[in-house]
Design a protein around this ligand. Structure first.
Ligand code: SF4
Length: 579
């Protein structure tokens, strides 16, 4: 958006921006007449600049190709000058029938466009003569995107105005050097309706008959020059969009229910209900701000507390419960859900399976693989985030809860037969095991990785994360119950790793590394045997046993014995005399 000699001019970029975020268009519009606001625009950061530089290099390569192929090329931008000068230079080149016009500038009323290349098409007559032009743009991407086509359609329309006839085709030269061609007529109608909507919005904003929408985060924010300003505003407003994983519809439903800020959301009781939001979805969002709710949810998940009301809420847009406890664990929900592959896969793999069932099977397999990757990456991202944070501030109970959540997600994904939310507890629900028992992506490996980073006291240069944990005293009442539950989950997961058997029923070898890790875990918990074997831990163990033991190939009895043995060893090593 720019003002040239008193006139507002709009480009293809402005149309694309309007599609991405109307708040962006509103800010750009205001900034035309507001110098202070203009100063708030951020410059491209290093990565954006790198992408822009690569885009320029790709464009220059295509330009060089034109020269190499002996084509006559005119570079409009090289001549400099104002927009009008460039438009005149472009029109002159078109009239002269130059083969390739580079950086062509065209204008039609308030619309101005800068196309990478105009290519002469011989044999298709126009007001210019026995030739006409078509637009070609270079894009770094390897596949065409809708916004590219919108830009091409926009430039093609300007070319149509300049030559009196619409180009038949438009072309995009992709980052891998391939060229894709599209029919201009297929996009003309959409372009027209978008321009009408855009102008109506601009008029509404200028005439104060329309309000700029709230800067709700969208995919474009990372690239947007207003991102810092919008972030500040959301922070100042304590806006709900900052809740991990929340959708726009859920935000507006909460607002309709009078819950407009993160603080208001955090103040909701764990059993709160909001119209048209599934209870577990709401609990998940509460979890982002309220660690007590995370705890309740996890306990409900393993059956330690009353199960949540899982009644269908068909109007809610979120089909799957979001277990996101922050970005690091949000893929866990997908992991749990990804296990939901019906037994039809067996029949689908038979020789007489139809093409459709084969396709579905492949789709499901891909989904399971993608989910597996998401969990493996999620574990690493979670640990990286905590490592970085631990360098500047202590970790808190909520981080232990996140660890617990991730352990539960990994165990769920390692289950061979699991439905974490069965309506009928006796139901046999076959699910695909997302994390196998052996190999690089095994559930045992992920559990070991999480516990290792948290508890293994292996090198002074890289202390375990647990050393950065700061727990609030609980009025001299001992460890809070939520912390005890976290330890219990860690104990259960550690013991499950040690006593699990593979699909053939063979025990895994407990390595010396795993043995030392177990020692450190039990040592760092600093629990007395009466706590490690007490009611809170037993409650969690009972829930974990019910939900996961058999499904992971873990003997609950052996696990219990293993736990007792590790408690005894830790107690003896601590040198503390039992009261
Ligand atoms: S930062 Fe995001 S919300 Fe703000 S204007 Fe840009 S795209 Fe819109």
């Amino acid at each position: 958006m720019q003002r040239v000699e008193g006139e507002r001019l709009y480009s293809a970029t402005d149309l694309v921006a309007f599609l991405e975020c109307e708040h962006l268009s509103a800010l750009d519009l205001r900034a035309l007449d507001d110098e202070a606001l203009r100063a708030e625009r951020s410059q491209a950061d290093e990565s954006q600049q790198l992408i822009a530089d690569k885009g320029d290099a790709h464009e220059k390569r295509h330009l060089a190709d034109q020269h190499t192929q002996g084509r006559q090329v005119v570079d409009i931008a090289a001549g400099g000058g104002s927009i009008s000068d460039r438009v005149q230079a472009t029109l002159a080149a078109m009239r002269a029938g130059v083969e390739v016009i580079y950086q062509a500038t065209l204008r039609d009323g308030c619309w101005v466009g800068h196309a990478d290349f105009l290519r002469r098409v011989d044999g298709v007559a126009s007001s210019l003569g026995a030739w006409s032009y078509e637009v070609a743009d270079t894009k770094l991407a390897r596949s065409p995107k809708a916004k590219f086509l919108l830009q091409l359609a926009f430039y093609s329309d300007l070319v149509a105005k300049a030559q009196g006839v619409a180009p038949r085709q438009m072309h995009v030269v992709l980052g891998d050097g391939t060229e894709r061609n599209f029919r201009v007529a297929d996009y003309a109608h959409y372009l027209e309706s978008l321009r009408t909507r855009f102008l109506a919005a601009i008029e509404g904003l200028l005439g104060a008959t329309r309000q700029a929408p709230y800067p709700v985060p969208c995919e474009h924010c990372d690239l947007c020059h207003w991102s810092k300003r919008c972030e500040r505003r959301r922070l100042a407003d304590d806006h709900l969009s900052q809740v991990a994983g929340i959708t726009r519809i859920q935000t507006s439903r909460l607002q309709e229910a009078g819950v407009s800020t993160m603080a208001a959301l955090a103040a909701l009781p764990a059993d709160a209900r909001v119209a048209r939001i599934q209870p577990e979805t709401l609990v998940s969002h509460l979890a982002s701000t309220h660690h007590e709710s995370v705890r309740s949810f996890l306990n409900a998940l393993i059956g330690k507390r009353a199960a949540l009301d899982l009644a269908e809420a068909p109007e809610d847009d979120a089909k799957a419960p979001d277990l996101g406890m922050g970005d690091e664990t949000s893929d866990g929900a997908a992991a749990v859900e990804a296990g939901d592959v019906q037994a039809s896969s067996t029949s689908a793999s038979k020789a007489d399976a139809t093409d459709e069932s084969k396709r579905l099977l492949q789709q499901r397999q891909r989904y399971v693989q993608d989910t597996q990757r998401s969990i493996v990456d999620g574990v690493e991202a979670f640990l990286k985030t905590l490592r970085e944070r631990a360098q500047t501030q202590p970790l808190g109970v909520v981080d232990l809860l996140r660890l617990r959540a991730l352990l539960v997600v990994v165990l769920g994904a390692g289950s061979k037969k699991a439905d974490l939310r069965p309506k009928d507890l006796n139901a046999e629900v076959r699910r695909r095991q997302v994390l196998p028992s052996r190999g690089d992506a095994s559930w045992r490996g992920r559990i070991g990785r999480l516990l290792f980073e948290f508890f293994r006291d292996h090198a002074a240069a890289r202390p375990p994360l647990i050393k950065s944990l700061h727990l609030e005293a609980d009025d001299n009442q001992g460890l809070p119950e939520d912390v005890l539950e976290c330890w219990a989950t860690c104990f259960w997961a550690m013991c499950a790793m040690r006593v699990a058997t593979d699909d053939a029923g063979a025990a895994f070898e407990v390595t010396s590394r795993e043995a030392m890790l177990a020692d450190d875990l039990y040592r760092f918990s600093r629990l007395l045997p009466q706590q490690s074997l007490g009611a809170v831990v037993q409650d969690v163990f009972a829930g974990m046993k019910r939900r996961y033991a058999e499904r992971l190939g873990v003997s609950a009895e052996r696990l219990e014995l293993e736990h007792r043995a590790l408690v005894d060893i830790a107690f003896v090593r601590s040198g503390v005399k039992q009261a």
